[in-house]
Design a protein around this ligand. Structure first.
Ligand SMILES: [Zn+2]
Length: 374
């Protein structure tokens, strides 16, 4: 039995003061309030706010070896060429070490689940050994990709399913096929740049790049990325839309008018800042009452995989709300909603503590960190 006290705790009902959480074998058996700590023996006290394990809703942990290899603010072209240029400079052992380091850092910081994109087998060894729950999306990618054969070995790993990379990188038939087979959630990169929409109008950076490469697209008749998703994904299949930097009200109406299953809108602010500086309109997402989640993206496009660093981009928003995005919403998106994401009796949700808070304004400070308690 462990009894853990703190200044604050994030519960599903909101932030409460003076929490006292009792756990047996990792399961929360009671959540009460302390009055005088000096009167309680055997209680561990952590300064700050107790939160359930954080959920990183979008990551590419296999790219961890690319930390610091891609120039900041180089845009998408620099990102793609940076990845291609440095890819062969690392041995499989170096890559695996980088994955193991990233996994450990996330665990120590209090991350309990990750929505992870995989393009190859290189991270599955570490993930299988990790205490973190990984839901892996084996990503179908490439305008000349017509078959999922190369990805099939990955589907033998636990909690791994296919997903299309984006609405601009796959031809019509295979995109539809991946969207319509199986019932696991899909995780689709969506509206990271305006070029994704422009492509459908025969203009913009993606269009020009495809032209110089001589690549043609057979899906532009859908009219927009949102229209393509609506036409291809069954309404009752849950989707996780990642980035959402250039999403408009019309896109949101199109998507939400179609789906009966939950839609999750992941923001990856550190990655957006690193690559292009184009950030999502958080107010627009909030105004629409969308399920917002938080992701770090990869170390190829972010300085760390720290969820607390991501939350510091959201300092103007109510803390209980952004913490809900980083916990309950992420857990729901990845299918762990019954297990993780909420500090409640009966759950094994893990426990972390966020410190160096601005208590007066109930906000994070630049010095705030998160570390695992349990
Ligand atoms: Zn990504």
């Amino acid at each position: 039995m462990r009894r853990i006290a703190s200044h604050l705790a994030l519960l599903p009902s909101g932030i409460v003061s003076n929490p006292l959480v009792t756990l047996r074998d990792g399961e929360v058996v009671d959540i009460g309030q302390w009055e005088r700590l000096d009167a309680m023996e055997g209680v561990e006290f952590y300064a700050g706010m107790l939160v359930p394990s954080l959920v990183n809703a979008h990551c590419h942990i296999e790219l961890s070896y690319l930390e610091g290899q891609v120039a900041r603010r180089g845009g998408f072209a620099a990102f793609a060429s940076g990845v291609a240029r440095t890819r062969n400079l690392f041995t499989p052992e170096q890559r695996e070490e980088a994955v193991a380091r990233a996994d450990k850092a996330m665990w120590m910081e209090g991350v309990g689940a990750v929505g992870d994109i995989a393009n190859d087998e290189s991270a599955f060894g570490v993930k299988a050994q990790s205490p973190i729950c990984y839901r892996t999306f084996a990503e179908v990618f490439g305008l000349r990709t017509a078959s999922i054969e190369a990805l099939e070995p990955m589907l033998g790993h636990p909690e791994t399913s296919l997903t299309p990379h984006s609405t601009y990188s796959l031809q019509d038939e295979i995109f539809k096929r991946v969207c319509r087979s199986g019932d696991a959630p899909l995780s689709i990169h969506f509206m990271e740049s305006e070029g994704e929409r422009d492509l459908y109008n025969g203009s913009g950076a993606l269009h020009e790049w495809y032209q110089t490469q001589g690549w043609e697209c057979d899906f532009l008749h859908y009219g927009s990325p949102a229209e393509r998703i609506v036409a291809s994904v069954p309404a009752d299949r849950s989707v996780i839309l990642v980035h959402n930097c250039c999403v408009t009200q019309h896109d949101i109406d199109t998507i939400m008018g179609h789906f009966t299953a939950p839609v999750y809108w992941v923001v990856c602010l550190g990655s957006n800042d690193y690559i292009s500086g184009v950030m999502p309109d958080i107010d627009l997402l909030r105004r629409n009452g969308l399920n917002i989640c938080i992701g770090t993206d990869s170390l190829a496009s972010n300085e760390s995989l720290s969820m607390i660093a991501e939350l510091k981009w959201l300092k103007g928003y109510p803390l209980h709300e952004v913490l809900t995005w980083a916990t309950a919403n992420g857990a729901d998106a990845l299918g762990y909603g019954d297990l993780l994401g909420r500090l409640e009796v009966g759950r094994r949700c893990g426990l972390a503590v966020i410190d160096a808070l601005d208590y007066e304004n109930m906000a994070l400070t630049e010095l705030s960190t998160c570390r695992r308690v349990l």
